[in-house]
Write a protein that binds this ligand. Structure first.
Ligand SMILES: Cc1cc2nc3c(=O)[nH]c(=O)nc-3n(C[C@H](O)[C@H](O)[C@H](O)COP(=O)(O)O)c2cc1C
Length: 356
């Protein structure tokens, strides 16, 4: 390693905290309307927003998206995120575990999550390029390091292409996936990082047996923006230009949920990428997600000392919105009427998507 890698993780956090790293695309949740039910015939105590992902029950359908680990300073962040996830009954992912594979001494920056979150959903994490390169014993090691319930593989192709030190080699993923899925003891979640997953990609993945997705669509944290800023600091004009060209690239999160749901209606879908409000959460669930993931707002809440209040407030607001749609649980929410505006409506028609 890889001092370079450790540095990179810290630079990402610093930029994400300090700069505007979202947009210019939006999630398109603003194109989705749920209908207010003035006579819900429900008490707030009747509402159950719990869900299941890879067989783990979550008290609320919220997952702390994988962000960090791999630098000594990040152990505290992961410990705190895990503590809060455990207390509130939420799921939790760690950031790419590549650093710990390259340097054993960094293991605890990831494994700390199981110490503080012994019973809730924990997702291991590795990028597409490493997944293609690593043999099964290394992949096992990644899962065991955090006693994970599933392994998230992040498809960060667009990010790698614009990163000064990024990989350019992505061939052989589907074949590797087939082989690893035969041998691995836990399910695989195929995850994007902010550019979304299309119907065609989901179909290909379903074809080799994938049944868990995290769409991580466009409209939230934008990796082209983060890498553009890093390139600018380093005065790497070519990478800055490349990143600039990708600022508006990607599938908005609301569209990506429907893309994946259309291709894989029986799969479990995490919706992430720009989930910022309780209304976003409820809309994502209505469009077919089993749970949502948030990254940037939780990193910022951690640094401002408001993580518990933020998540607690989100959970309570989601419950209130369930009541206002007249839904006792996620199953009932799925049957509620919606109105879909453009541009999402045209996207749905032209792409031949279905709405659950
Ligand atoms: C600082 C930071 C680091 C991240 N690192 C990872 C990572 O290592 N692995 C991964 O799969 N996703 C990573 N992500 C992406 C998030 O998991 C998520 O998919 C994406 O940020 C969209 O969610 P958001 O709009 O709520 O931030 C990272 C996000 C942030 C903000």
């Amino acid at each position: 390693m890889s001092y370079e890698g450790v540095n990179r993780k810290l630079e990402h956090i610093e930029i994400a905290l300090r700069e505007d790293v979202e947009g210019p695309l939006t999630t398109w949740f603003e194109c989705v309307y749920l209908i207010h039910k003035a006579v819900p015939e429900l008490d707030l105590d009747d509402i159950d927003i719990s869900t299941e992902f890879v067989g783990r029950r979550l008290r609320a359908p919220i997952i702390v998206s994988g962000m960090t680990g791999g630098a000594p300073e990040t152990e505290k962040i992961n410990a705190e995120l895990a503590k809060v996830a455990e207390v509130l009954g939420l799921g939790l992912g760690v950031g790419s575990q590549r650093q710990a594979i390259e340097n054993e001494s960094l293991r605890s920056t990831y494994s700390v999550v199981r110490e503080y979150a012994p019973t809730t959903l924990v997702l291991a994490n590795i990028g597409i390029s490493e997944f293609i390169r690593y043999d099964i014993s290394l992949i096992d090691k990644i899962v065991n390091m955090v006693s994970a319930d599933a392994l998230a593989i992040h498809l960060n192709v667009a990010q790698e292409l614009v990163q000064p030190e990024g990989s350019h080699s992505f061939k052989g993923f589907i074949r590797k996936l087939e082989v690893v899925m035969e041998e691995l003891s836990v399910p695989i979640v195929v995850k994007e990082v902010g550019f979304g997953i299309s119907k065609e990609v989901a179909e290909e993945l379903v074809g080799v047996g994938v049944s868990h997705f995290d769409v991580a669509g466009a409209g939230g944290t934008n990796w082209a923006k983060i890498e553009m800023l890093r390139a600018r600091y380093r005065k790497d004009k070519l990478k800055e230009r490349l990143a600039l060209e990708l600022l508006r690239w990607g599938i908005p999160t609301a569209a990506s949920i429907l893309e994946v749901w259309t291709a894989a209606p029986n799969s479990e879908i995490i919706a992430s990428g720009g989930i910022r409000t309780a209304l976003d959460v409820v809309k994502a669930l209505r469009l077919g997600a089993s749970a949502v993931g948030l990254a940037l707002p939780l990193l910022r809440a951690y640094y401002s000392g408001t993580l518990v209040e933020y998540l607690d407030g989100l959970v309570k607001s989601v419950k209130a919105l369930f009541l206002l749609t007249g839904s006792r649980n996620i199953n009932e929410l799925r049957g509620k009427p919606i109105v879909v505006y453009d541009p999402l409506n045209t996207w749905i028609t032209q792409r031949g998507l279905k709405i659950p």
